[in-house]
Design a protein around this ligand. Structure first.
Ligand SMILES: *Cc1c(COP(=O)(O)O)cnc(C)c1O
Length: 388
């Protein structure tokens, strides 16, 4: 058998490595507490599951869906964008259903990247942005996200010849893994940059509803001119605890939405209609669950931040996202620190360099484990000697 080069080039999936380590510890009979993976532990709210049960009994939903999504689903997305962000979208040309946003994020590279092309990708970032470009035969130019810049990329630091060549710019706020947020002024600079260099913008915003202390994240599509240059990926996964159901959406520039629809219509057959009905119930139904979930995460965030500070780590509590991004003590590496926590406390954290070279020196802790597991993890961390 002769596999394609892209299979060889693929870095080992970050969480697959972590799962292996957990399995090895478990095989030794050790109970491991994992702050590794961002996957809400709370169940999907009941009214959303009810919508699935009802939709499952309708024979119309037993057949192939349309790639672009049900008209009612697209209208629900447009209505939500209008209510939540004051952004007006045409449900027929500016909204597309996705089988979870990861699917669209991976596939959109095929709309822009030919062999040899370049995408601008934040470092650190969600690995799919770079891998999508690689699968399409292109490569990524890394935009360092530095603490000194609030983990926003410095667009002026991109060499002009790179900006001119690049076809795609990836962004993600509220950010995974740093927990950083962006404001409208930043997104307006992004629109100006994209117009100056004819670069398409893909903003990934699955954490827009996961925020703390009263903070309300903005949408990239609120920036003036955003729809001229880009799209936003969104997902029901994090907002409504729906990672298992696989439903998300892309919204924004009609030409990009059309190109992505054409790619997808040749590769998949759309998101399950019954699951689209769940998404409609989520977007159009009562929104109390969001504040309830965020209150749970905020309590967890505060306790995790306190515990890490006691251990000698420098950490800024995130205003949004499901992650605490902590600077490891001087003289330690991300991997060294993570290994020490695993060996001495059987606690898993994600080494920051797994998200790109500029993640070195940090670890990420997810807030999506049950409260009693957090208690146990923090108790173990508290039992360690201070590291700095
Ligand atoms: C969780 C996550 C997604 C993917 O969510 P789906 O479940 O595929 O909709 C996309 N981007 C980032 C940054 C994420 O953390």
């Amino acid at each position: 058998m002769r596999f394609a080069d892209r299979i060889e080039q693929l870095p080992p999936y970050l969480f697959a490595q972590i799962s292996k380590k957990v399995a090895a510890k478990k095989a030794q009979g050790i109970d491991v507490v994992s702050f590794g993976i961002g996957d809400p532990d709370l169940p999907t709210p009941e009214h959303i599951v009810d919508a699935l049960c009802e939709a499952a009994r309708e024979p119309a939903n037993h057949r192939y869906p349309e790639t672009e999504g049900l008209p009612d689903f697209r209208r629900a997305v447009a209505g939500w964008y209008e209510r939540r962000f004051g952004v007006t979208l045409d449900p027929d040309s500016e909204v597309l259903s996705l089988i979870g946003s990861k699917e669209g994020i991976g596939h959109v590279a095929l709309c822009f990247i030919d062999p040899g092309d370049v995408a601008l990708v934040p470092d650190p970032s969600y690995p799919v942005y770079e891998i999508g470009s690689m699968f399409a035969g292109g490569s990524a130019y890394h935009l360092p996200l530095l603490e000194a810049n609030g983990f926003l990329p410095d667009l002026d630091a991109i060499p002009v010849e790179v900006a001119q060549r690049a076809k795609l710019l990836w962004l993600n706020y509220p950010n995974n893994p740093t927990g950083a947020v962006a404001d409208l002024a930043f997104f307006e600079r992004v629109v100006a940059f994209a117009k100056r260099h004819d670069v398409a913008v893909c903003h990934d915003g699955p954490y827009s509803e996961v925020a703390y202390d009263g903070y309300r994240p903005v949408s990239f599509l609120q920036a003036a001119g955003a729809k001229d240059v880009g799209i936003e990926f969104h997902s029901l996964s994090k907002s409504y605890n729906m990672t298992g159901w696989r439903i998300g959406m892309a919204a924004g520039n009609a030409r990009i939405i059309d190109a992505l629809m054409r790619v997808k219509s040749n590769l998949d057959s759309g998101a399950s209609q019954a699951v689209q009905r769940m998404a409609m119930a989520a977007l159009e139904g009562p929104q109390d669950c969001i504040a309830e979930h965020n209150a749970v995460y905020q309590r967890r965030r505060d306790r995790v931040v306190d515990a890490l500070r006691t251990l000698g780590l420098r950490v800024t509590p995130p205003q949004a996202s499901l992650y605490v991004w902590a600077k490891v003590p001087d003289g330690m590496t991300s991997a060294g620190f993570a290994e020490r926590l695993l060996d001495e406390a059987a606690v898993i954290v994600t080494p920051g360099n797994g998200y790109g070279p500029h993640g070195e020196g940090y670890v990420r802790l997810s807030l999506t484990l049950a409260d009693d597991r957090i208690d146990e993890g923090l108790r173990r961390i508290a039992g360690l000697p201070a590291l700095a």
